[in-house]
Design a protein around this ligand. Structure first.
Ligand SMILES: [Zn+2]
Length: 233
């Protein structure tokens, strides 16, 4: 072969190798084939990690929410002596059998409060094992991991088993709107979690007890989620 052609072929092969994107490592994650798209979820091990790194939750193959893990936000370790209830599951399918309800809350705080303060309040004042909510969304749309999904939350008295709690930070009792970035994060998170866990109910806290939480404004979103997820009232 002509040495120039040979050199050209070698260069093309080299360029091709460089352009090949790195293949994802096998991670043992749970997968879903919803609507033809392959969506990956955090592994069961990650869902029990109380010092976990940031992760993404996908609502479909392009829409996702970035979640700030406890390692980044600086949430402290839980107190197992106060009754931290881990769910028994080895697979995502088993965790789906545990969860049936998504419950929306507001924090009744300023909206940009430090999630570490919320954790300290729940642990030191309430005496709980950890922050009560599974996720918290600040007014700028930043989504934080609270109590890992592999543990039972503490957010609806006597109705915590199989109930995933999202706290929308802020007080919406007299607010006219939810900040745009925060609302977008709430929907991305709810859609991703619904795909992952397939809820049977979406509720506002006030549907369990006499409370203003999460406000009429956020109850409108709860009702819109029920409609989108084809769930009963
Ligand atoms: Zn609440």
């Amino acid at each position: 072969m002509n040495p120039k052609i040979l050199l050209l072929l070698v260069l093309i092969a080299f360029a091709g190798a460089c352009l090949t994107p790195p293949q994802p490592k096998s991670s043992g994650r749970g997968d879903s084939e919803e609507s033809g798209a392959k969506v990956q979820f955090p592994s069961p091990v990650r869902l029990k990690d109380t010092r976990g790194a940031d992760f993404k939750l996908f609502a479909n193959d392009s829409e996702f929410v970035s979640v700030v893990g406890r390692r980044t936000s600086g949430l402290g370790p839980p107190n197992p002596d106060a009754g931290l209830n881990p769910y028994e599951f080895e697979t995502l399918a088993q965790l789906r059998n545990v969860y049936d309800t998504l419950t929306i809350h507001h924090s009744a705080g300023p909206g940009d409060e430090d999630v570490r303060q919320i954790q300290r309040f729940h642990m030191d004042t309430r005496g709980w094992a950890d922050v009560g909510y599974h996720f918290l969304i600040a007014s700028d749309g930043t989504t934080y991991e609270g109590r890992p999904v592999g543990f039972q939350g503490a957010h609806v008295e006597n109705n915590n088993r199989g109930n995933l709690g999202i706290c929308v930070q802020g007080n919406f009792a007299f607010a006219e709107r939810v900040p745009e970035a925060q609302l977008a994060s709430l929907w991305q998170l709810a859609r991703a979690l619904n795909l992952m866990l397939r809820f049977e109910h979406v509720r506002g806290h006030k549907e369990f007890k006499d409370t203003e939480c999460p406000s009429e404004l956020l109850m409108d979103e709860v009702e819109a989620m029920r409609a989108e997820f084809h769930l009963p009232d």
